[in-house]
Design a protein around this ligand. Structure first.
Ligand code: SAH
Length: 251
């Protein structure tokens, strides 16, 4: 049964006016000026996400504070690492806006030791935030269909220190990835025409799947929770993602 839980306005809306995130000149010792300014910008962004209600828990706040988004952003976009909007990562794909990552990681109710499948690995940023939240005993399998992006994600994960907690897989994850199932959580970072049945089947009992479902321009973020042989579906609000391509996605 569909149950409307909350409508979160502007979850993927136009970039907010984050003028306060502008990089400031720092004369600090020990860390290059750019690095220190980015760290400060990250702290300000995370505070903003908490004040705005996108971050609700200390766990997700700590995870977003820990992961340096600038590592996952191509060099020409690096100064905009902590602006709250999606950024181009090449191959027609984007790294999601920080507030969207916050919403999705909160909605998956992360805890220590979970086994997570991510579909749409992109830069590896979202997977790193999940990995940070589920700790060293958890694991993320992150599927990316574009091989050069998967290679960049692997390098980013190495640099950020999450390579041992995140395995990047290359291929079509639109129907899920049965090899490591069942998963406690599945997080899909691209838009599907409908919830793929094989993906539901890969959920552990009590596990949940987050997936944007709809047309090419706007979707609803759904949370599907497995209860034995049944599934609860909650609509968490409107969003905009790049399409999920492949056998269970858009052609
Ligand atoms: N989570 C990413 C951003 C995802 S963008 C980050 O943090 O950077 C969506 C990604 O989904 C794109 O990289 C796109 O190539 C990928 N994608 C689309 N269809 C896919 C499929 N069937 N299997 C795996 N990845 C897919």
């Amino acid at each position: 049964m569909n149950r409307f839980v909350a409508f979160i306005p502007f979850v993927c809306g136009p970039p907010q006016r984050n003028a306060f995130l502008a990089i400031r000149p720092w004369k600090a010792e020990g860390m290059p000026a750019e690095g220190r300014a980015l760290k400060e910008a990250r702290r300000e962004l995370v505070e903003h996400l908490r004040r705005s209600g996108y971050i609700e828990t200390d766990l997700v706040e700590a995870a977003m504070l820990a992961v340096p988004r600038e590592i996952f952003v191509p060099p020409h976009n690096r100064p905009a690492s902590y602006a709250d909007h999606p950024l181009d990562i090449g191959h027609g794909q984007t790294i999601s806006a920080p507030h969207m990552v916050a919403i999705m990681v909160e909605a998956m109710a992360p805890r220590e030791g979970l086994r997570v499948l991510e579909v749409g690995g992109g830069s590896g940023y979202h997977a790193s935030v999940i990995a940070e939240a589920i700790g060293p005993r958890g694991h993320v399998w992150s599927v990316e269909r574009i091989e050069p992006l998967a290679a960049v994600a692997r390098r980013n994960l190495e640099l950020a220190g999450y390579a041992d907690r995140v395995t990047v897989l290359v291929g079509d994850g639109s129907c899920g990835w049965p090899e490591h199932a069942p998963y406690d959580r599945i997080s899909v970072a691209c838009a599907a025409p409908a919830v793929p049945d094989p993906m539901r089947a890969e959920l552990a009992d009590g596990g949940s799947l987050l997936i944007p479902v709809g047309g090419p321009y706007v979707q609803e973020l759904l949370r599907v929770t497995r209860r034995g042989d049944g599934f609860d579906v909650e609509d968490l609000g409107g969003c905009v993602f790049v399409p999920l391509r492949g056998r269970c996605g858009h052609t």
